[in-house]
Design a protein around this ligand. Structure first.
Ligand SMILES: Nc1nc2c(ncn2[C@@H]2O[C@H](COP(=O)(O)OP(=O)(O)OP(=O)(O)O)[C@@H](O)[C@H]2O)c(=O)[nH]1
Length: 489
């Protein structure tokens, strides 16, 4: 049984005890399901070590911090529930559990505190933080994950209370991205986001290190001497800043290469369709269905980080490109949106956006709005959008009905069973730029590119090879008709 199942069960149990009326809901999960695959963990830990050693040549000191952050083993979740319903709080916690599992940890328990605002000093209130400490001891946990982005001082103060390491949702998401990045560009983007996250937090981590160092030095040098810790923080900060600058340059260079490729596709005017959606909605599965591409599909969050571009064909034989993007999640760390900006901007350039939604999720509307707000951030909110409600084989008919009513431009499919996929293909064909202009042209042989475009994106009614060139009678889209105008006859 996974933590996800447990937390689902927990939601039902909480509801049946009527604890929604209670101010606080703190629940310890049963330990029986905490079975743990040692081999898998070893693998993950080794992978974490490899990642760290990849950094260590240049950032020896920082990697201590990185490594510390990456070691998630037995975790307890902590959340403040300050708005929305109990179901919202449950969904958020359940998602945090899934994220923690994806990062390779065991989720042992969760604490939710209801209060109007998080405590500015320790996130949870003082009493609740002390309870969290007891829970950590009882469960033998070694990490607390807070369902928010903590201020550096909050993280330190909470750590002082619970006496185990505290990480926040942002660090967790960054860690998952670090595990999943495969391409050079993806790795550079994640590392940039990690370093940007780390930079303002360096003082905190560095301070506790320098406190230790200062303690050792106290006998010999006395108080007030500039401890080695502080110099080290400065050094780390400088190293990080220069590494950030280098990563930015590298990413910009890679962006240029990608733009050139995209430019090539554009020059051919092959229409483009982008797939976007919340993590685990089924984007890769849908891409596979539509193209037969064999892209990695995993029941894990963020299996896809690197954009995949495939060729696909409409039922009437017109070509288009189909690209998959990084999965979205609520509170996607700002650093990541920035770092992945160039990847996400591909969506802004598309002729059509397939916004994939998991119809079997308890809160599909929340996912839709989270995705739309990130798309707006990268200027992709005015691309023509079709909402593809996926996993209809699992979804509750009532939820499907609600989505159909609210999302008027939507279609229901199952990437798993194939239900609705033919209708989706037809819809894509209809939404792409239409070949609706009839042309009669004589294209000289040195413009073979135009003839290919007619074949790829239009409908050839008649074709004949003459001495002067290729004579075509065809139906093409307005843009191609314009480019062919010089050869009209
Ligand atoms: N039952 C059911 N499961 C599906 C369907 N489509 C996808 N899945 C499952 O959902 C999980 C996630 O699918 P992916 O295609 O990897 O999702 P994704 O949106 O690309 O995920 P990220 O890479 O995390 O962004 C996998 O376990 C799929 O097998 C469907 O139509 N029905």
């Amino acid at each position: 049984m996974t933590a996800r199942d447990i937390l689902t069960g927990r939601a039902a149990a909480l509801a049946s005890t009527g604890s929604e009326r209670a101010d606080d809901a703190a629940v310890v999960l049963d330990d029986q399901w905490a079975g743990h695959d040692g081999d898998q963990y070893d693998r993950e830990e080794r992978a974490a070590l490899r990642r760290v050693s990849g950094l260590s040549t240049e950032l020896e000191d920082v990697t201590e911090v990185e490594y510390r952050r990456l070691r998630l083993e037995r975790v307890v979740l902590a959340a403040v529930w300050s708005h929305g319903t109990l179901t919202d709080a449950e969904n958020s916690l359940r998602e945090l559990a899934a994220l923690a599992e994806t990062a390779g940890s065991q989720v042992l328990a969760g604490v939710v505190q209801r209060r109007p605002h998080p405590d500015p000093s320790t996130y949870l209130g003082k009493g609740k933080a002390a309870e969290l400490r007891d829970l950590v001891i009882a469960e033998g946990a070694d990490t607390v994950v807070a369902d928010t982005e903590l201020a550096p001082s909050q993280r330190r103060a909470l750590e002082d209370v619970v006496k185990v390491k505290v990480i926040d949702r942002t660090a967790l998401i960054l860690d998952i991205f670090a595990q999943h990045a495969k391409s050079r560009e993806g790795k550079a983007q994640v590392e940039l986001a990690q370093l940007q996250y780390l930079l303002p937090r360096l003082r905190g981590w560095g301070e506790s290190m320098s406190r230790q160092a200062g303690g050792q030095a106290a006998g010999g040098q006395g108080m007030g001497s500039r401890g080695p810790g502080e110099t080290k923080i400065e050094l780390d900060r400088r190293r990080i800043n220069s590494r950030i600058a280098r990563l930015r340059r590298e990413i910009a260079a890679m962006k240029t290469v990608r733009e050139t490729k995209r430019g090539g596709r554009r020059a051919h005017r092959v229409p483009s369709v982008a797939i976007a959606g919340y993590t685990n909605a089924g984007k890769s599965s849908l891409l596979n269905r539509l193209t037969g591409a064999g892209v990695l599909v995993e029941d894990q969050l963020f299996a896809t980080l690197d954009p995949t571009v495939r060729r696909a064909e409409t039922p009437d034989g017109r070509l288009y490109t189909l690209s998959d993007t990084v999965g979205f999640v609520r509170q996607l760390p700002h650093e990541l949106v920035e770092a992945f900006r160039s990847t996400l901007e591909e969506v802004a350039d598309a002729d059509l956006l397939l916004h994939v939604v998991d119809g079997s999720h308890p809160d599909p509307e929340g996912q839709i709005s989270a995705v739309r707000s990130v798309l707006a951030e990268v200027g992709a909110d005015d691309v023509k959008e079709v909402v593809v409600v996926n996993k209809v084989d699992l979804a509750d008919p009532e939820v499907l009905d609600r989505l159909r009513r609210h999302e008027t431009h939507s279609i229901a499919v199952s990437a798993r069973t194939g239900a609705g996929v033919d209708a989706l293909r037809a819809l894509v064909a209809q939404e792409l730029p239409q070949p609706d202009v009839d042309v009669e042209v004589l294209v000289p042989y040195d413009r073979g590119d135009l003839v290919s475009r007619v074949h790829e994106t239009g409908e050839v009614l008649a074709s004949e090879h003459l001495a002067e060139g290729t004579r075509l009678s065809a139906r093409v889209d307005a843009e191609l008709a314009h480019d062919l105008a010089a050869y009209a006859r």
